[in-house]
Design a protein around this ligand. Sequence first.
Ligand code: PHE
Length: 337
Amino acid sequence: MLTKEIQHVKEESEKDFSSVDNPKELEELRIKYLGRNGILVQLFEELKKVPKEDKPAVGKNLNELRNLLTEKYNLLKTDLEKTDDTSEEKIDLTLPGTIRTIGSKHIIIQTLDEIKSIFKGMGFSVFEGPELESDYNNFEALNFPPNHPARDMQDTFFVSEKFLLRTHTSPVQIRVMERFKPPVRAIMPGVCYRNEAINPRSYCVFHQVEGLYIDTDVTFAELKGTLVSFAKQFYMDDLKYRFRPSFFPFTEPSAEMDITCFICKGKGCRICKNTGWIEILGCGMVDPNVFNYVGYDSEKYTGYAFGMGIERTALLKYGIDDIRKFYENDLRFLKQF
Ligand code: PHE
């Protein structure tokens, strides 16, 4: 009888121990089989009742079962402790964490974002055009005469006879006007290229933001109002401004806008070359010739356009002394913004 019982316990324990996977379960099995009131103790109790002649054989069986169970238990215990140890190591809360540096927007992009949001607030939408442009959009439709110096290889990166890297964002004006009927009110930010001698003040790559507003009866006064409002929001509230006559083939009349030097507040400093003024953009009323190129009725519509350089703007606003720093990607410089 007892021999059968021992065999049965052996089989049951095999099943039990094979499914253990954590210390709590193992402890429960220890109590069940090896505990003070466990199955083994009960079996030894019953051994006392076994007839004398059978005792050695049954006793031997029972001892084997005890050894087997103890061995299984010990093996599993060390096994589980091992896995427990390693999982503890994995989450050692006293170790310093990995510091991941988070990237940030380049100062030029931050400046562009700021300019965009000011103009969006005044009802302008945003359009972009390609950096590789046709000679037609970049020059011809903007009323540049065939012999204009900007059309020279010295100033412009030509890719082929008819294509070039755009020298300004003004060709996007042409793209917008060809696509939409008036009224049009948009700004057009983007990268431009010029074959310039590279020095602290100029680089071969730079960004511009172009602006365009076309409708019936748009006046120069509206151009001034919009740009003054922009400058006050972007630079400082209490600035003085002036519009100086200038020339661009695609605007007539044309002007350049100066504002009080915000470094010296107009007193005169190195940045404003002691004039107290800083030039921030070019602008003017869209030349009727341009309307003829894009198929707008130049008798019916008037409009203004403006364009500003972003690097220059950021240089001035943050007091940076060398335009090349924007393109060197030196983290010590970029991290300051
Ligand atoms: N495209 C001109 C430049 O690059 C700036 C400009 C834009 C002037 C729009 C007038 C109107 O200098």
